[in-house]
Design a protein around this ligand. Structure first.
Ligand code: C2E
Ligand code: CA
Ligand code: CA
Length: 633
C-alpha cells in the first residue's frame, strides 16, 4: 500500500469513527436526559400528591371540629369525603412511588385507620352530648394521631420537593453536557470532513498527474505529448525525437539506480536547454521528445544541435562518470505531415536514420521511408510494447499423445496487438526482433508470463509442462541461464515443468557456445526440444551430443504427408532418428485426423496442430481442457 493510500484509509477510518462518536453522544445524551427528566417529573408529582394528602387531613380536622360546634349531617359527609380523598392520594403514591414511598403509605394507612376509629368515637360522644368523653377522645386519641399524620405527610412532601429540585439541577447539568459534547463532536466531524476532502482531492490530483506524467522524471508522457502536438499543429510546430545510444549499457552494467539517475539528469539538461514554451516529454525508456511550437525546420535543427551538445557533456552519477551519444530526428508541420501521430512518426524515422548513419541530428526527408525505416519503426514499437503490459500476450497450444489422446504439454506462442496496426503475426516481428538484442527482452517477457501462468495452473492442480521458444540469439546471451534460474525461482516453478525449444540452426550458428548453454540449462533440470526439425542443416554428430529429449518435426512436412511421398520418408526417418537418440518425437501442424492416423502408424509419439486445438488464451484453454474431460465421460 502506498503512503497516500494509507493516508486516505486513515482519513476514512477517522471520519467513520467521528460519525460513530457523534451518533453515540446523541444517543447517550437523549437516554440520559430522558431518564433524569422522568425522575424530576415523578418527584414533583409525588410532592404534589403528598401535599394533597396533607390538605385532606387538615380538612378532616376542620370538618371534625365543625361537627362538634354544629352537629349537622353535612359535616360528617364532608369529613368522610376528606378521608376518601386522603385514601385516593395514598393509592396514587402506592402505585407510582418508590419502595420507600410504599412503606410510608403503609404506615400512613395504619395511622389513618386508627384516626378514623377515634373520629367515630368522637362523633358518637358529640351525638350523646357527652363533653367529658369528647374532650378525652380529642386530647388522648385524635390529637396525637393528627399530628403524627400531619408531620409524616409534611416530611414526605418536603423530601419529594427536594428530590425534584435535585433532579431538575441534574437535568440542567446533563443538558449542558450533551450540548457541549454534541457541539464539539460536530466540530471535530466537520474538521475530519475537511481533512478527508483535502486528502481525497490530493489523491485524485496525484492520480491524474500520474496518468499524464512519467513518474521518474516528472515529464509529460506520450499521450500528453501527442495532445499538445495536435493543439500546436496550426502554428507550424516542429517535433524532435531523441534517443540515447548507450543507455541500455549503463542500465545493464551499472544497474537501474544509475540508469534512473541518468534519465533524470538527461531530463533536467534537456528541459534547461529549450525555451519555456517548448514541451519536453519522455515517451518510453530512453526516448525523449520535444515539441517546439511555431518553429521552422532550420530553427528546430539548430535547437536540436544545442540539446545534443548539452547531452554530450559527461554525466556525473555519483561515483561514476558516463558519456552518452544522442541521435535526434526533426520533423516539421505542415511540410512533413499535418497530423500529430504522423509528425511524431516522421521525427522517429529521422531519428533512426540519424542513429543508423551516426549523423547526430537529421531532419526528416521522404526518402528516409525505406523498408529499413519501417523495420526500425517496428523495433521502436516493439520496445515500447514490452514496457507496457497490455499489448503482448501469450497463447497456448496443447500437445497431445497419439497413443491415448492425453494432453501432455503446452507450447507458449507470443501474440502482439499493436495499438495502431492491430494483431501482428510472430512471423512478422520475431525475425525483426531477432536482428537486435530486443529478442532477448522479448524472450524474457515470454518466459516471465509463461512461468507466472504455469504457477497459476500448478496452484489450480494442473501439472502441464509449458514450452517456450528460444531464438538463436538467445543461446548466445550470456545472461540467459541466470535469467531462467531467477525466473523459475521467482515463480516457484520446478525446472522440469519448463521446456525450451531451439532450432538446429540456432545450435549450428555457434555450436560450442550453444551446446555449453544447453548443457547448463539441462543441468538446471529444464527440458529441451529441437524445434522445426527438417528445415535446417542437421548434423547427427551434434544432435547426439545435445542434452535434448524431444524432436519436433516441422509442420511443412506433416502438412503435405498425404500428397508428398518425400515428406512421408522424412517423417519416418525423423521418428526413427529421434527414437534412436532416445528422444520423444512430436509432429507439428497436424490438421486432419488422417495425419494423426498416419503419424501413429509411423510410431510418432505426440501431435500438435489445429486438428486438436489452435493456440488459445489461458482462459480458453481452461474451457477446452474441461470440455475434453467431459467428452470422455
Ligand atoms: P513454431 O515454434 O514452429 O510454433 C508453431 C507455429 O505453428 C505457431 O505459429 C502455431 O500457431 C502454428 N501451428 C500450430 N498448429 C498448426 C497447424 O495445424 N497448422 C498450421 N498451419 N500451423 C499450426 P505462430 O504462433 O504464428 O508462431 C510462428 C513462429 O513464431 C513459431 O513457430 C516460432 O518460431 C515463433 N514464435 C512464436 N512465439 C514465439 C516466442 O515466444 N519466442 C520466439 N523466439 N519465437 C516465437
Ligand atoms: Ca516451437
Ligand atoms: Ca516448430
Amino acid at each position: 500500500m502506498s503512503r497516500s493510500q494509507a493516508r486516505r484509509r486513515v482519513a476514512f477510518i477517522g471520519l467513520a469513527l467521528v460519525l460513530l462518536g457523534l451518533t453515540g453522544v446523541s444517543v447517550v445524551g437523549t437516554v440520559a436526559t430522558r431518564h433524569v427528566a422522568t425522575s424530576a417529573r415523578t418527584a414533583a408529582w409525588l410532592a404534589e400528591v403528598y401535599h394533597h394528602a396533607h390538605e385532606a387531613t387538615a380538612s378532616e380536622e376542620i370538618f371534625k371540629l365543625q361537627y362538634r360546634i354544629e352537629p349537622e349531617r353535612h359535616a360528617r359527609v364532608d369529613h368522610a369525603d376528606a378521608a376518601a380523598s386522603l385514601e385516593a392520594s395514598l393509592r396514587d403514591i402506592d402505585a407510582h412511588g418508590s419502595a420507600h414511598d410504599r412503606a410510608v403509605v403503609a404506615k400512613l394507612r395504619s395511622l389513618h385507620k386508627q384516626y378514623l376509629a377515634a373520629a367515630e368515637r368522637f362523633f358518637s360522644a358529640v351525638d350523646r352530648a357527652d363533653p367529658v368523653q369528647i374532650r378525652r377522645v380529642a386530647a388522648d386519641d385524635i390529637d396525637p394521631l393528627e399530628s403524627q399524620l400531619g408531620s409524616m405527610l409534611h416530611d414526605a412532601e418536603e423530601e419529594q420537593d427536594a428530590a425534584a429540585g435535585e433532579a431538575s439541577d441534574r437535568l440542567d447539568r446533563v443538558e449542558r453536557l450533551v450540548f457541549v459534547a454534541t457541539l464539539s463532536s460536530f466540530a471535530v466531524g466537520l474538521g475530519m470532513i475537511v481533512v478527508f476532502t483535502l486528502v481525497a482531492t490530493g489523491y485524485q490530483r496525484r492520480l491524474v498527474r500520474q496518468a499524464m506524467h512519467d513518474e521518474l522524471t516528472g515529464l509529460p508522457n506520450r499521450s500528453v505529448f501527442l495532445a499538445r502536438t495536435a493543439e500546436a499543429l496550426d502554428g507550424a510546430p516542429s517535433v524532435l525525437m531523441l534517443d540515447l545510444d548507450r543507455f541500455k549499457e549503463v542500465n545493464d552494467t551499472l544497474g537501474h539506480q544509475y540508469g534512473d539517475e541518468l534519465l533524470r539528469q538527461v531530463s533536467a539538461r534537456t528541459t534547461a536547454a529549450v525555451r519555456t514554451a517548448d514541451t519536453v516529454a519522455r515517451l518510453a525508456g530512453d526516448e525523449f521528445a520535444i515539441l517546439l511550437p511555431a518553429t521552422g525546420a532550420a530553427d528546430a535543427a539548430r535547437l536540436a544541435e544545442r540539446v545534443q551538445a548539452e547531452l554530450h557533456r559527461s554525466f556525473d552519477l555519483g561515483d561514476v562518470t558516463v558519456d552518452i551519444e544522442v541521435s535526434i530526428g526533426v520533423a516539421s508541420a505542415p511540410q512533413d505531415s499535418g497530423s500529430a501521430d504522423e509528425l511524431v512518426r516522421c521525427a522517429d524515422i529521422a531519428m533512426y536514420t540519424a542513429k543508423d548513419t551516426k549523423a547526430g541530428v537529421l531532419a526528416y526527408q521522404p526518402e528516409m521511408r525505406t523498408e529499413d525505416s519501417s523495420r526500425l519503426l517496428l523495433l521502436g514499437d516493439l520496445r515500447r510494447a514490452l514496457e507496457v503490459e497490455d499489448q503482448i500476450s501469450l497463447h497456448y497450444q496443447p500437445k497431445v499423445s497419439l497413443a491415448d489422446g492425453a494432453v501432455c504439454g503446452l507450447e507458449a506462442l507470443v501474440r502482439w496487438r499493436h495499438p495502431v496496426r492491430g494483431q501482428i503475426a510472430p512471423a512478422d516481428f520475431i525475425p525483426v526482433a531477432e536482428t537486435t538484442g530486443l529478442i532477448n527482452r522479448l524472450t524474457l517477457y515470454v518466459l516471465r508470463h509463461a512461468l507466472a501462468q504455469s504457477r497459476a495452473w500448478l496452484d489450480a492442480g494442473r501439472e502441464l509442462p509449458v514450452a517456450v521458444n528460444l531464438s538463436p540469439r538467445c543461446l548466445l546471451d550470456p545472461g540467459l541461464v541466470d535469467d531462467v534460474t531467477r525466473l523459475l525461482a521467482e515463480h516457484r516453478v520446478p525446472a522440469g515443468r519448463l521446456r525450451l525449444e531451439v532450432t538446429e540452426s540456432a545450435v549450428m550458428a555457434n555450436p560450442a557456445q550453444a551446446t555449453a548453454t544447453l548443457r547448463q540449462l539441462h543441468d538446471l533440470g529444464v527440458r529441451l526440444s529441437i524445434d522445426d526439425y527438417g528445415t535446417g542443416y542437421s548434423s547427427m554428430a551434434y544432435l547426439k551430443q545435445l542434452p535434448v529429449d524431444e524432436l519436433k518435426i516441422d509442420r511443412t512436412f506433416v502438412l503435405h504427408m498425404d500428397t508428398d511421398h518425400d515428406d512421408v520418408v522424412l517423417v519416418r526417418g525423423a521418428v526413427e532418428l529421434g527414437h534412436n537418440l532416445g528422444m520423444t518425437v512430436v509432429a507439428e501442424g497436424v490438421e486432419a485426423a488422417a495425419h494423426a492416423d498416419a503419424l501413429r502408424a509411423l510410431g510418432c509419439d505426440i501431435a500438435q496442430g489445429y486438428h486438436y486445438a489452435r493456440p488459445m488464451t489461458a482462459p480458453d484453454l481452461e474451457h477446452w481442457l474441461q470440455a475434453k474431460v467431459l467428452s470422455f465421460l
